[in-house]
Design a binder for this molecule. Sequence first.
Ligand code: ISJ
Length: 162
Amino acid sequence: MQKCLLDTGSLTAHLVRASEGDFRVQVLAQYWGLPTLSERKRLGLGDRDWGIIREVLLICRGQPWVYARSILPARSLTGHLRRLRGLDSRPLGHILFTDPSLRRVPYELCRYPMAELPEQARININEKETPAELWGRRSCFLLADKPIMVSEIFLPAFEPWS
Ligand SMILES: C=C(O[C@@H]1C=C(C(=O)O)C=C[C@H]1O)C(=O)O
């Protein structure tokens, strides 16, 4: 699991391979909002800096493997990053990892309480057979020095790759 958690490549690319192409992004919510204080501090945003908040499930072979919450600050959505505004069920990773200016800030890891996942991320999970906490990670991407943040929680169905 550590290898997967600390991998700096595209998680989408790994999941497409692991699921032999049976992969899709289910958008749970995507809206303009105020990131949490913790997110704003990490992104260097002020108390009134809104952005697009994107919450998705990454579905492999019909099972949710990852719940992801991404913060796309308004001030980062300029220039060619404007296309992030219209992102639907295309994976964010496809856009991020084709940008030559991409840099990634080191991860923060956490143990994330299952009970705090959105309801839609807990469907089909038998809470009696799964750990009370899951591995989570978040990092900031810098694209032309403009920050966005991606947080990912690895759900019980996730199969670590070797
Ligand atoms: C950053 C990536 O994009 C993935 C795709 C996401 C999306 O479409 O919202 C969110 C989290 C990521 O796991 C990646 O592929 O590594």
